[in-house]
Design a protein around this ligand. Sequence first.
Ligand SMILES: [Mg+2]
Length: 410
Amino acid sequence: MDDPLLIAPCNALVNHTKPQPFELSFYTSSCQSCKKLYLYPSFCLMHSNRKIVHIDMDAFFASVEQLDDPTLRGKPLIVGGSPDSRGVVAACSYEARKFGIHSAMSAAKAARLCPHAIFTRPRMSRYREVSAQIMEIFHEYTDLIEPLSVDEAFLDLTVNTFCEPSASILANKIRRDIFSRTGLTASAGVSCNKFLAKVATDINKPNGITVIPPHLVLDFLGRLPIGKFYGVGSATEKKMERIGVKNGSDLRRFTREELVFHFGKSGKFFFDICRGEDPRPVESSSVRKSIGSETTLSEDILEMEIIHQILEQQADSVAHSLARRNFGGYTLTLKVRYHDFTTITRSATMKSPLFSSEDIMLCLPRLLAATEAGQRKVRLLGITVSTLFTKNTTPIQLRLPFTMEYTDNW
Ligand SMILES: [Mg+2]
């Protein structure tokens, strides 16, 4: 790596300060780690005024492997299944991408494309550890964070702890923090909504930033090849080409009704996004809807004693995850897959919430009794707790600068 923080030029840094009238109301966001409830002025959610940053780590799994083992640096590295099995590529280094290898490709094909590539198995616990470090950095800027996966998240930085109005300055500061504390590079997309921020990130990847200020949105989308639109896969891309759509400006010639006719429900989405409209808020609360644990057994089992032991371990692991996130849940689901692959689930919603493994184990027998475990061989067991809520999110803290004026400084 020559210059770890090479920043692609932002082709537009504008500063036309315009006071925006807004009605002052607040919404709340609870921080999972510090258990405090924060209040945000409502203008954070008004989409035309927002400063949204999308951060995506570069070739995350492969980069972590190259970081931990210097002998792998600069080499085509594939993280995933073995090439002699039916495994797939989970991630690959940029050196491997030069050979046309990409994630989700079969490991066997990857080995054919690049016979000297190095294959390694994923180490999820290590990736989660680094991911937690990155999330910690995000939380120093805002609590309005929506993780999309272990290495990707949206941040609403309209209001932030540094009182910094420029989202591009913040995005670069975040990238610098990530690099200095983890040794890994990230790319960023900066714009006024989630769709644009996400599309922007890919433009100067790896280790780059792209800023799309509001006044350039229509021009940018007009020239954007249709395949680069988020939500347009290769099948949709072909269909778009058939009706003469090669980029955003072609797409804008169609009415909403015409697009619904061609693409069903997605037509409405396409109509909005080619105009840069995406009002979806960054949702920190949608992080988790359920917490579960699942085990595929090395051999099919009939003995209830072993089944109980496995369920107990799973209950422990689920209770641990609940406690770590300060969650409780009301619904318990048991999943059983029999030896012939038929899968059933049994659920119950409790009057009082489940927190501990004892709570879970107390409710399990009745679900287990509604299955044929013990009579038919079982190959997979899983338990999930859902209908989650966060425990005691008081006290209320006002920590954000309410006097901050909105400025159109990107
Ligand atoms: Mg990534």
